[in-house]
Write a protein that binds this ligand. Structure first.
Ligand SMILES: [Zn+2]
Length: 370
């Protein structure tokens, strides 16, 4: 359907080697590399109509508007519909974007399998869209993505669009408090080593540490297990997982240190042992200064206030930013709802976002600063 819409817009759709949909509007100087614009065409089970799809359609609208107005950009503009961003098939998020930049080599395709053991290579071999030819991936000079915020911030104060400053980093730590499991009746309170007290104190401290950053970090205890987990046994062990997200790497480092100190202090107060394991850290990805400036200026071009915010969720742009100057624009998610059928954005906000994307593309297509 999207390939057909590309044809109706006067563009020639093609599929790359791993199933991403591409349509290129040729610029005056294609040798400078194209400005890639788009998002993903897949969604989650029982998802909404805007996550990903809006970015692809806005990109197509931008290319169509350029063609209809006779705008011939210096760099080419490539409309992109990524095939698999949500990780539904293989449990690997932003898979197509990783394939695009070659982060996963073809030699690894047969090791990536779905729940039924069917490999990525089999999916790719079978993937076809009637009448759409295979094409080489265009060389990209930069990437821009319009996306729904998927959170409540813009909608809460009537914002229509924002430039994204950075996609947040994610840090995950497992904390284990060890005390002494014992009889819940015969052991006086003063003689207990109750692991739950250490865990409970740390859970509250994690919330306070997040709040103390203003809106620069979010902190969550999403897993909290009490062992052995019996009504009449004092908890001998607590295992919890702490997650932190922030657009600011320095702040993430600081928070990790503060969580560790809070855990040790709680352990000491309650006579417990504590062990921490920082098992996951995906660094924050700042948007490229030239691309960020282009998206900010584009908001002003579209008659909108210039507003900048972090993205608290991952996107194709997070991967592409590792290889090329990348920028993002957000439009509101009504009620902050996403990955659910109630996902919605007002048509006028979609239109203003697409207009801002148009101006950002024109700015980057003409930029000497990439
Ligand atoms: Zn998305």
């Amino acid at each position: 359907m999207v390939a057909q819409w590309m044809r109706e817009a006067g563009l020639e759709p093609g599929l790359d080697a791993t199933g991403n949909l591409i349509a290129v509007l040729s610029g005056e100087r294609p040798e400078l590399g194209a400005i890639g614009i788009g998002s993903h065409l897949d969604t989650v089970p029982h998802g909404g109509a805007f996550d990903g799809a809006l970015g692809v359609l806005a990109a197509l609208e931008v290319a169509q508007a350029m063609r209809e107005r006779g705008v011939r950009p210096t760099r080419s503009v490539a409309v992109l519909g990524f095939a698999d961003e949500e990780g539904n098939n293989f449990g690997i998020g932003v898979l197509s974007a990783q394939l695009w930049i070659g982060e996963i080599p073809p030699s690894d395709f047969d090791t990536i399998t779905d729940a039924n053991g069917r490999g990525l290579d089999a999916y790719i071999a079978a993937f076809d869209v009637a009448g759409v030819p295979r094409v080489e991936r265009p060389e990209l000079a930069a990437y821009l993505e319009l996306h729904v915020e998927q959170g409540p911030v813009l909608d809460a104060d009537g914002g229509r669009a924002a430039a994204v400053e950075a996609i947040v980093g994610i840090s995950r730590t497992t904390v284990r408090f060890t005390g002494e499991a014992n009889h819940a009746g015969t052991t006086p309170l003063a003689l207990r080593k109750d692991a739950l007290l250490g865990g409970a104190e740390l859970a509250l401290a994690v919330r306070d540490l997040g709040e103390a950053t203003g809106d620069r970090a979010v902190t969550t205890v999403g897993v909290f297990e009490t062992l052995p987990g019996a009504t009449n046994v004092i908890p001998g062990e607590v295992r919890m997982r702490v997650e932190m997200r922030s657009p600011d790497e320095g702040l993430m480092d600081e928070l990790r240190g503060r969580v560790a100190r809070a855990a040790r202090a709680a352990a000491e107060r309650h006579g417990l042992a504590v062990a921490l394991d920082d098992w996951h850290h995906a660094p924050a990805v700042p948007m490229h200064p030239t691309a960020l400036r282009a998206t900010q200026d584009a908001l002003a071009d579209a008659g909108l206030p210039v507003r900048t915010m972090p993205s608290w969720a991952g996107h194709d742009a997070k991967v592409l930013a590792r290889r090329m100057p990348t920028g993002m624009l957000f439009v509101p998610s009504n009620g902050g709802i996403s990955h659910a059928p109630g996902e919605a954005t007002d048509p006028d906000a979609c239109a203003l976002g697409a207009e801002a994307l148009f101006h950002a593309v024109v700015r980057l297509a003409e930029s000497d600063d990439l």
